[in-house]
Ligand binder design. Sequence first.
Ligand code: C2E
Ligand code: CA
Ligand code: CA
Length: 576
Amino acid sequence: MIMLDRNFSFGVHNRKSFLEYVEAVAEDTTKKYCILAVDIEYFKFFNKWFGMSAGDEYLQELADYLTAMERAHDGYAAYFGGDNFALCVPYDMELIHSISEHLNGIALAKADSVAFLPAIGVYVIEGNDIPAITMYDNAIEATFYVYGNYEKRVMVYDAGMTCKVEEELQIISKVKEGLRLHQFTFYLQPKCRISTGKVVGAEALVRWNHPVRGLVSPSAFIPILEKNGLIGQVDRYIWEEVCKTIRGWLDKNITPVPISINISRMDILSMDVPRILDELLKKYALDKKYLKVEITESVYTEQVEKIIATIDKLHEEGYTVLMDDFGSGYSSLNMLRNAIVDVLKLDMKFLNMSEQDSKKGIGILESVVNMSSTMEVPVVVEGVENPTQEDYLKAMGVRYAQGYYYYKPMAKEEFEKLLTDETRVDYRGIRNRHVEQLRVNELANPELFNDTLVNNILGPIAFYEVYGKEIRITRVNELYYEMAGAGGELTKECKRRFWDNVPEDDKDRVMETFEMAAKNTAKGARYEGEFVKVDGSRLWTHLKLFFLKEQAGHKLYLAVFTDYYDIEDKESRTYR
Ligand code: C2E
Ligand code: CA
Ligand code: CA
């Protein structure tokens, strides 16, 4: 074993000796080894938030674990400077995944956030025809594909990756020039009222008029720009272009429909979005009703809080907020449950409608549509491509849609022509229909009731039967079990004892809430109070109670728990 400078190396080998080791392994045809490049995502911010010494401790723990792996698997661990480590071990995916999981555990214990998880890139050593350093670089390249993906923290390098990285680099290096030369523009895609096909609004979608590649669609560059913050510059540019365009129409006496702009999560983190929008509206003397914002909720906690705070602020200032890509798995939950979004956008493509699963997709769509009408949040379904899909939507009572079936995204000049054709425009906008009757049958369908998506969107739910003062829990979903601490199963006895969940002093208030819900069938009643878990400990819960119907002398109710947290520990309050 060659040992060189071990200073500042966290007790593992250094780069030079690692590369020598790899060359030796590559020559040994009896060995099938691989290189793991380990890089911590956002490590700079970890140091900033938690301090350098916490950062060093984190690195030290990683190093210790890698040393243990080196010993256990006849491998070699090294520090490459910054937050980069490398490990050379026998190529075995099971081993790699277990290493990744262990490293994730270290990260989560340090910061309780997926933001600082290590990314692992793997290069499988096959012979010695490329230098060891190139092998390591390839492993590093594979880590780029892990960034931002909090489900999958390991990527194995393949040769196609190199050109993709280069392409990314080209995009990044051309953005500023593109902005300066006005190569960026936007298309508008109408949103339609399904019953009439008329245009009630439109979404601005960025396009890059690239001198070499032609019109580039955002999926080719947005994700790249989101990774490095450049998206903010493009978005601000587009927002301003949109405002300019609306102002242009007004000056020409063309009445615009509201135009929604897309706000990236990165925008919210990197700038004061409400202030910037305000400045733009002032600059172009526009009323807020013309500009709406589409935001996708993010996966990780710190961001969710910041996003929620930003949405609250935008609300206070009178903007309409649309929650984009609802049902994509990332969006959802608290935003809808706490009704802080004004409109929900559901994308057909997240619903798996085409395959054998289509029944389930439709069921999910239906449950979401029902629930959103309960929550009084209107829905726009996007990605509608054919009349069959439209028929489904109509049957479900969805009233607004966006998709190729109606209009493809179009240049603003073309959209302007649409706007001047009165027969095709509807200025009533997107509104919620007053909910008279809850359609709860589909929701109670056992197949869908516990579907992950529905579960996550709705949170804990319970159905009650009420006879006078006697209240029985008749049905709950999985999240309710979880909340009640019933470990996945609520015994029959527990189910019947509704009042066991309610502290003595609150009983009257609970009864009043049931009465209020029965009086106000459309809106239901809100309740906030203590909930006694199966083990006797207490939660603070927020819920909405809805009266469903009366049958055979008893009343049926539905409770949707919008939030809950440990009473002793309000800090533990979760945004799920
Ligand atoms: P998104 O916000 O979900 O936008 C809807 C996307 O679906 C658009 O793709 C639109 O052209 C496409 N689409 C509309 N109808 C249909 C249909 O019937 N079938 C199918 N298959 N697709 C349909 P586009 O324009 O390529 O945009 C992709 C994504 O890029 C957008 O998804 C949005 O997340 C992002 N994006 C677009 N413009 C901007 C922008 O100005 N700023 C930011 N930050 N993101 C943007
Ligand atoms: Ca959008
Ligand atoms: Ca969308």
